[in-house]
Design a protein around this ligand. Structure first.
Ligand SMILES: C[S@@+](CC[C@H](N)C(=O)[O-])C[C@H]1O[C@@H](n2cnc3c(N)ncnc32)[C@H](O)[C@@H]1O
Length: 252
């Protein structure tokens, strides 16, 4: 799959995704993934940041609320139209492969669950390295490459409690397999997102950062505590294996 086909799929999801996410149905994001991301985020007060693959803009707004001057890009015009309702953030339609900014511009860059969504993450990581000023950092989240594998099956016991995750085909490079799914919190309906999936191994991700000249400084694998799982049963399955990987790296 090429960049324009992947971008077209994201555009086709954007209206429904925005509606459902704003109705609180992106449960993994709201109950686990975004709070965990902010727990490890350095102080960004008075800094200038770029959020890559901002979607409808929820996480960019949280970054701004921490005192940063925010810019945000997304490849989907519909996502950018919705995100732009918040006018103090500078939004642009652009691809992560070719960022429309000068070199050494940003104190930090973030990307929430986006860098696995298009064909060439290494090109995007090199672009992010280019726009970061020396000393600036990139913090991003992706689905965990070791546990979101081309073959993946979650097993539940008779009480619907997840207890085993079967993974496989880890070394298969998947280049744009279209997956149909919907937020687990969404009521069952005919509607399904169609998202392109690009699988890379853990060593491919880490070597890509190293090759781009970034220094890895923090890793996290967020998962629900028993208390969180009791409060939000949808995220209990994140106790079985790492669903998300958070990485912070720096342009030293
Ligand atoms: C899983 S969604 C995450 C959205 C948002 N960051 C969030 O956490 O709610 C992935 C986002 O990446 C965007 N995206 C996909 N390919 C992209 C590319 N090549 N350049 C920029 N954004 C891209 C999609 O349009 C979508 O908004």
């Amino acid at each position: 799959m090429d960049n324009s086909q992947a971008a077209a799929l994201w555009e086709s999801n954007a209206q429904a995704w925005t509606t459902l996410a704003r109705a609180g149905l992106d449960v993994y994001r709201d109950a686990l993934n975004t709070p965990a991301f902010f727990e490890i985020l350095p102080d960004i007060h008075n800094q200038t940041g770029l959020d890559i693959g901002c979607g409808e803009g929820h996480n960019t707004r949280l970054l701004e609320s921490r005192g940063a001057r925010m810019f945000a890009i997304d490849v989907s015009p519909t996502f950018i139209r919705h995100a732009s309702q918040h006018q103090s953030i500078h939004h642009s339609i652009a691809t992560a492969h070719q960022l429309p900014f000068s070199s050494n511009t940003f104190d930090f860059a973030t990307s929430f669950m986006c860098l696995r969504d298009f064909p060439d993450p290494h090109q995007a990581i090199c672009e992010i390295h280019r726009i970061l000023r020396p000393g600036g950092f990139l913090q991003f989240s992706i689905t965990h490459p070791c546990f979101t594998t081309p073959h993946r099956r979650l097993l539940r016991d008779t009480n619907r409690k997840a207890y085993v995750l079967e993974v496989g085909c880890y070394f298969d490079n998947i280049d744009g397999r279209v997956e149909s799914w919907i937020f687990s919190g969404a009521p069952s309906s005919q509607l399904q997102f169609q998202t392109p999936s690009f699988h890379r191994t853990l060593s491919q991700w880490l070597n890509s950062l190293i090759k781009a000249g970034l220094t890895i400084e923090h890793l996290a694998e967020p998962h629900a505590t028993d208390e969180m799982a009791a409060q939000t049963p949808h995220i209990q399955d994140t106790q079985v294996a790492g669903y998300f990987l958070h990485i912070r790296c720096r342009n030293i």
